[in-house]
Design a binder for this molecule. Structure first.
Ligand code: ADA
Length: 569
C-alpha cells in the first residue's frame, strides 16, 4: 500500500511489496528479504553498513510505458531494468520514479542496488543521533502509463469573499515523439469517511472542470484551473474534512489516464505571535517522531504507524514534527485523516559549517526540498515546512544556505509558513529569515539552569534578532530515561526525573503567551549510530522517548498526557 486511498482507477498499478531476492556485497549467501524492509532486520546484517542488491521478476502482459514509483530507498539507490540503469537516487526519505518507454510484453528483471555507507558522497546521511538503515524501506509499485500521463496535481485552497476557492495545477507529461491534444477533466468529491455527513456526500461538490491543451512531443506542460467551492466543509485539526480531487486525462476523446488526490480546505498563516488555521489561533502540543521502531527499523508498517498515532492522540497531542526528514506518505495520510498538524522538514540534523560545506550538500538539500514539496504538497495536515535542524545558523556561510533553502520553499509553495529549529542560542544570525522562529532547549537536562529565566533570555534574544513579531515554537524540550529504570532519588536517567523535567518545562512554555507551540523530544526512543554517539547514548539509542522503541510508555508519557489534556490554550 503506497497511500491510504486509491489513487488510480484507469492507470494500471501493481504494487511490488513482498519477498525479493537479495545479495549483500561481501557475503556469499543468497537471501530473500521483505520489501518494504530494512536489511538490518536479518540477523546477518544487524549493524551492517554496505551495499547490496534486491532483485525480482516483473511480467508485462503487453507492450507499455512502464513507470516505477519508489517511496523510499535507504539511502542511495541504483535501479536497473533488464540490466539497463534507469535511475539513481540519493536520500532515504523522498520518493522517486523512473519510466521505461515502450517496455516489451513478457518477463523482465528489476534490480535495485542499495547503499547505506557513509562518506563524502553522502552529505545528509552521516553518523548521527538517529540510524541510517539500509534497504528498500518504503513501498514500491509499477504502473502502465499512457504516452501522455498526469505527473502530479497540486491543490491550493484559499478563501475570497468568504467563499472557498482553489488553484489547481496539473502537470502533464508526453512521452511520445508526437504532439498530443489532451483534455483534462477535474471533479471534487467528499471523502465521506472523513467529512461531516453532508448532503453532498458521494456527489461532486462543484461542476466538472475541463481544459484542453496541446502537449508537445517529449515534454511537460502545466495546466492551471481556478474554481470556487461554495459548499465545502473546511479542514482543521478539530474537523479534518477531506475531499477527493479526481483528474481524468483524455486524448482524442478516449480516457487514457487518471490521478486521484486527497485534499482539504484550510488556510494557514501567521499573525504576530499566532499561528492561524482558518483564522483561528492554534497552540501546538506535539511530539518529535523519528521513523524508527525496534523490530522493523525505519520500515514502519501501517499498523505500527496507527499505533503511534493512537498513542500521540491519546496523550492529547495535536501536532507532530517529522524530525529530521520527510516522512512516509501513509503517515501523512493518517495525519490528514486524524487532524494531526504536521511540521515536515527536509533531511538535516546538526551539521557544523564543515559538514554544510560538503560539495554535495547544497544539491542534496535542494533535491530533498523539491521532492518533499512536489510529493507532499496536497496534505492539508502539513502546516509548516522546516529546514536544517540545528545547523550552522551562527555563520555567514550558513546563513547563505538557510536563505537559499527558505527561498526555494517559498518558490515551490507560498501557502505555508517556514521555520528551522535552532540551538545556536544567543548567536543565531538567521532569525530574520523564517516566518516562525523555533528553538530547541534542554533546560534541566543538558543544562541545570532556571527554565523560566533561560526562556526569557532566549525570547529577548529572538525579539532583538528578527523574530519580534513572529510566532515562537519550542521545537524540542525533554530529557532521557531508560525504560523501566525507577529510582526514588529521581536521579537523571530515571523515569521519575524525565517526568519531572518535562513537567517543569511544559509549565513554563505552556503558560508563556509569547510561545505558540511545544514539541516534546521525543515520542519514542530511537536507534543511533555507534560512531560518534555511543558514549552519550546508552544502548546506542536516543533514550528521550516518552515511550521506548517498543512503544512501552514511561512515566513521562502520562505526565505529558496530563499536561496536554489540561492545557486551555
Ligand atoms: C538535538 C537534536 C535532536 C536530538 C536532541 C538530543 O536537539 O535536534 O535530534 O539529538 O538534540 O537528544 O540531544
Amino acid at each position: 500500500m503506497l497511500r491510504l486511498f486509491q489513487q488510480h482507477q484507469i492507470r494500471k498499478v501493481t504494487e511490488l511489496d513482498g519477498m525479493w531476492d537479495f545479495v549483500m556485497d561481501g557475503f556469499s549467501g543468497r537471501y530473500r528479504l521483505p520489501v518494504p524492509g530494512c536489511f538490518e532486520q536479518h540477523p546477518d546484517f544487524l549493524d551492517y553498513r554496505g551495499t547490496g542488491s534486491y532483485t525480482r521478476p516483473l511480467y508485462l502482459d503487453k507492450d507499455c510505458n512502464l513507470r516505477l514509483e519508489f517511496k523510499g530507498v535507504s539511502h542511495t539507490a541504483d535501479v536497473y531494468f533488464d540490466d539497463e540503469k534507469i535511475a539513481r537516487h540519493y536520500n532515504a526519505f523522498t520518493p522517486f520514479s523512473a519510466v521505461v518507454k515502450n517496455a516489451k510484453q513478457g518477463a523482465h528483471t528489476l534490480r535495485v542496488d542499495v547503499d547505506n555507507t557513509f562518506g563524502e558522497a553522502s552529505s545528509l546521511h552521516v553518523p548521527n543521533d538517529y540510524y541510517t538503515y539500509g534497504g528498500i524501506t518504503r513501498p514500491v509499485a509499477m504502473e502502465e502509463v499512457s504516452d501522455v500521463y498526469i505527473k502530479y496535481i497540486h491543490f491550493t485552497p484559499y478563501k475570497t469573499n468568504n467563499i472557498w476557492h482553489a488553484d489547481i495545477e496539473a502537470r502533464l507529461c508526453n512521452l511520445s515523439d508526437t504532439e498530443k491534444n489532451a483534455t483534462l477533466a477535474l471533479e471534487l468529491f467528499p471523502d465521506s469517511a472523513n467529512s461531516r455527513p453532508s448532503e453532498s456526500a458521494g456527489k461532486a461538490v462543484a461542476p466538472e472542470l475541463t481544459m484542453q491543451a496541446a502537449v508537445p512531443a517529449d515534454s511537460e506542460v502545466t495546466l492551471t484551473f481556478t474554481q470556487e467551492f461554495p459548499d465545502v466543509v473546511p479542514w482543521s485539526h478539530l474537523n479534518p474534512a477531506l475531499y477527493y480531487c479526481r483528474a481524468v486525462l483524455s486524448v482524442d476523446g478516449a480516457a487514457v489516464d487518471d490521478l486521484i488526490e486527497r485534499v482539504g480546505f484550510r488556510k494557514i498563516r501567521t499573525s504576530g505571535r499566532q499561528l492561524l488555521v482558518n483564522e483561528e489561533p492554534v497552540f501546538l502540543m506535539g511530539f518529535n517522531r523519528h521513523e524508527d521502531y525496534a523490530a522493523v527499523g525505519c520500515a514502519i508498517p501501517l499498523q505500527l504507524m496507527v499505533q503511534d498515532m493512537d498513542l500521540m492522540e491519546a496523550a492529547g497531542a495535536n501536532a507532530v514534527r517529522t524530525c529530521h526528514y520527510p516522512n512516509d506518505e501513509r503517515f501523512l495520510d493518517l495525519c490528514d485523516e486524524r487532524g494531526m498538524l504536521v511540521w515536515e522538514e527536509n533531511h538535516a540534523r546538526g551539521f557544523t559549517l564543515e559538514r554544510m560545506e560538503n560539495p554535495n550538500f547544497d544539491r542534496q538539500c535542494e533535491d530533498c526540498i523539491r521532492e518533499m514539496i512536489e510529493n507532499h504538497y496536497n496534505h492539508p495536515s502539513i502546516v509548516i515546512w522546516g529546514i536544517l535542524n540545528e545547523c550552522a545558523s551562527e555563520t555567514e556561510i550558513g546563513r547563505e544556505k538557510y536563505a537559499r533553502q527558505y527561498a526555494q520553499i517559498a518558490a515551490l509553495d507560498a501557502s505555508r509558513p517556514r521555520t528551522s529549529a535552532t540551538c545556536r542560542h544567543l548567536k543565531d544570525i538567521c532569525l530574520d529569515l523564517p516566518d516562525i522562529v523555533s528553538f530547541n532547549m534542554y533546560s534541566g537536562w543538558y543544562q541545570d539552569v532556571p527554565i523560566d529565566e533561560t526562556n526569557r533570555q532566549e525570547i529577548e534574544w529572538i525579539n532583538a534578532s528578527g523574530g519580534a513579531d513572529k510566532p515562537i515554537i519550542v521545537s524540542e524540550l525533554g530529557a532521557a530515561a531508560i525504560y523501566g529504570y525507577r529510582d526514588r532519588s529521581r536521579c537523571k536517567w530515571s523515569e521519575e526525573r524525565q517526568s519531572d523535567i518535562i513537567r517543569e518545562n511544559l509549565k513554563v512554555y505552556m503558560a508563556d503567551p509569547d510561545i505558540t507551540g511545544v514539541f516534546i523530544w521525543q515520542f519514542a526512543d530511537c536507534r543511533v549510530t555507534e560512531e560518534e554517539w555511543f558514549a552519550t547514548r546508552a544502548r546506542c539509542h536516543n533514550n528521550k522517548g516518552v515511550v521506548d522503541e517498543y512503544r512501552r510508555p514511561k512515566i513521562a508519557y502520562d505526565t505529558v498526557s496530563e499536561m496536554f489534556h489540561e492545557c486551555k490554550r
